[in-house]
Design a protein around this ligand. Structure first.
Ligand code: AMP
Length: 539
């Protein structure tokens, strides 16, 4: 027998319409390239989202067409998110920190039709435009007064275009399973892979992460997403803040700068902020050096990489409670978040800290398991580690325009490439990684690409790259080299040799010569053994 409840579709449009009705006066504050402190309200943002929708139909876009953004966190990016997705198009947020070749690859793979870009990325697009096969034109996110001179073809000024658009627009009734947004991840080997979110997955993620033991947003909060909007929809806060009516503060282009963040937090009374550890390291260092404080800031959600204990303790001293979260682009992104159970609060300091540093408790809606190499499920005993797999309504069921075999989906579970333990209270802890990538300051580095580049050096017999802890970037690559017999290269020569072959910020700070590199039974380099061998190495 079927239930008799209404089956209204779960769409991002419903979040927008709710916020417009109930929280029209709630403020959105932004730092943007052409305005150090822009202010408007949800009401004004969604009015402009209608103008965006009219603009897109004027550009001749069809339902499902991909529209790209190349932008920092600010109000224009926010209104594009809603204007693009709610008019039936797909908002493809591009990470400007990717290599230029990766950006042209993903624009072509996504078949983007138009690119909305911050002024800062105009030079990058000028360099790439001839390779962008499907792009019909560019819209620069600025006012006519700040429009740069550019060689981009078919280029327009966003504010000039919006000024000509009518403010009324009938939002279409969308299927909740239709695609809403697209984000490519380079946290895997090979080309970046596209994760295509739906309206339904986005709404369910928004509802689940809004719970008090998860991000727990409320109308009295002032929330600052320092996690970029090109990294999985700023961990969904772009939607959950609207659903909760929380005041939003967007830090614009200066997201990694401790002084700017402290000033913004204090000026605007931010009480909750989200971002990767590197950002909070920058804030904590700035406050330590300047003797400053951030009294309004009560909570920080830290994720994307493990949170160092020293950072959590430094933030404790500042009166800021850090919640570790874990997730992936493929998971919209949240899977776990760390809030303690009441009895854990009573534990001695060391034991409590050990719980707080874990990736946290599974969020209702996602299922999680750890398995061994045979795919057998392992116990939740906090000791036995295995490959971490997940499933759920906001976990991807395949990559955009890729074969299912590329999607890491054994038995319908998504294989995260992380290795973890789960304890009997459901707290997960990442212990290792099977994917051969390194996360530095929240961005991925491919070990394989560095190894291939290093192997091109005449004196290198074999090269391997592992991630090692770093005080600023949390992780950095370390190059391990077996010299060719008879050769006596200097490590500076080998590191210099990498210049121009890989991105400069990928080049390891150090190269260590080793007698041999361990291999697994199948002949692959055993990164696990190497990581064990160098576990006390630190930059
Ligand atoms: P991304 O898709 O770029 O968001 O990266 C997701 C990956 O970042 C995960 O699969 C983990 O390898 C890593 N990661 C995310 N959160 C954490 C965390 N709290 N602790 C350790 N690693 C994390």
């Amino acid at each position: 027998m079927l239930g008799q409840m209404m089956s209204d579709p779960l769409t991002i449009t419903s979040i927008m319409q709710y916020a417009e009705q109930v929280f029209a006066d709630t403020e959105i504050v932004s730092v943007s390239a052409d305005n150090p402190r822009h202010r408007y309200t949800f009401g004004e943002a969604f009015l402009r989202a209608r103008k965006v929708a009219n603009l897109l139909s004027g550009l001749g876009l069809q339902e499902g067409d991909r529209v790209a953004t190349l932008a920092w966190n600010d109000y224009r990016h926010f209104e594009l998110y809603y204007g693009i997705s709610c008019s039936g198009h797909v908002c493809h947020t591009i990470n400007p920190r990717l290599f230029p070749e990766q950006i042209s690859y993903i624009v072509n793979h996504a078949e983007d039709q138009w690119i909305f870009t911050d002024v800062a990325f105009v030079p990058l697009l000028e360099q790439l435009q001839e390779q962008l096969e499907t792009v019909k034109g560019f819209v620069v996110l600025t006012s006519p007064a700040a429009m740069p001179a550019t060689t981009l073809k078919n280029v327009h000024c966003y504010e000039a275009l919006l000024a000509d658009q009518p403010a009324d627009y009938q939002w279409p009734a969308l299927d909740e399973n239709s695609a809403s947004s697209l984000c490519y991840t380079s946290g895997t080997t090979g080309h970046p892979k596209g994760v295509l979110y739906s309206h339904r997955s986005t709404v369910l993620h928004c509802l689940a992460t809004g719970q008090r033991d998860v991000i727990g947003l409320a109308a009295g909060d002032t929330v600052m997403p320092v996690v970029p909007m090109f990294h999985v929809n700023a961990w969904g806060v772009v939607y959950s803040a609207a659903a909760a009516g929380a005041r939003l503060v967007f830090p614009g282009p200066k997201m990694g700068d401790g002084a700017t963040l402290a000033e913004l937090i204090n000026d605007e009374g931010v009480n909750l902020a989200l971002g990767v550890p590197t950002v909070w390291l920058a804030l904590a260092n700035h406050l330590r050096e300047s003797g400053g404080s951030v009294p309004s800031l009560k909570r920080v959600v830290v994720g994307g990489a493990a949170c160092p204990e020293a950072l959590m303790r430094a933030m404790d001293q500042l009166g800021v409670y850090m919640h570790v979260g874990w997730g992936m682009t493929e998971m919209s992104p949240l899977g776990t978040l760390n809030t303690l159970l009441p009895w854990m609060e009573e534990l001695p300091d060391e034991e409590k800290m050990a719980y707080r540093l874990k990736a946290g408790r599974l969020i209702y809606g996602v299922q999680m398991r750890v398995v061994n190499d045979q795919g057998e499920e392992l116990p939740w005993d906090g000791k036995t580690s295995g490959q971490l797999q997940v499933r759920g309504p906001w976990v991807c069921s395949g990559y955009y325009r890729m074969a299912e075999s590329d999607a890491h989906l054994p038995d319908g579970w998504f294989d995260t490439g992380d290795v973890a333990t789960i304890d009997s209270h459901g707290y997960m802890q990442i212990t290792d990684r099977t994917k051969d990538v390194i996360k530095s300051g929240g961005e991925w580095i491919s070990s394989i690409d560095i190894e291939n580049a290093a192997m091109g050096h005449a004196d290198v017999l074999e090269a391997a790259v592992i991630g090692v802890p770093h005080p600023k970037w949390t992780e950095r690559p370390l190059l391990l080299v077996v010299k060719r017999p008879g050769a006596e290269p200097k490590k500076e020569d080998i590191l210099d040799f990498l210049k121009g072959k890989i991105a400069n910020w990928w080049i390891p700070e150090d190269c260590v010569f080793v007698e041999f590199i361990p291999h697994t039974a199948t002949g692959k380099v055993s990164k696990k053994d190497l990581r064990d061998q160098f576990k006390s190495y630190s930059y």
